[in-house]
Design a protein around this ligand. Structure first.
Ligand code: FES
Length: 102
């Protein structure tokens, strides 16, 4: 599956997602500026991304932990998600995300 990721400079990257991996891992491995301080444990919010509206609706609901972490993040929008909580699958082929500001 493909992930179309926009970095903080507005540059688009087309990345190959791996089934069962998180979007955070794919972005980080591709060198995008995702700190992911907690390593994907949903405990830092440094993997914050905006998910394109069209795709945001297709994602499973946020867990309470993800909601709590986003409450503490900056520049949160209605389509904010923690990319370590989005699991790659064919259903998300073509998903568009934008790395949130630091
Ligand atoms: S990597 Fe820490 S919350 Fe996603």
């Amino acid at each position: 599956m493909k992930i179309i990721a926009t970095d903080r400079d507005g540059k688009e990257h087309i990345l190959e997602g791996r089934d069962g991996w998180t979007v955070m891992e794919i972005l980080r491995d591709a060198g995008l500026p995702i700190t992911a301080e907690c390593g994907g444990a949903c405990a830092c919010a440094t993997c914050h991304v905006y998910v394109d509206e069209e795709w945001a609706a297709k994602l499973p609901d946020k867990s309470d932990t993800e909601t709590d972490m986003l409450d503490m993040a900056l520049a949160v929008e209605a389509n904010s998600r923690l990319s370590c909580q989005i699991i790659c699958s064919d259903a998300l082929d073509g998903i568009r995300v934008t790395v949130a500001p630091e």
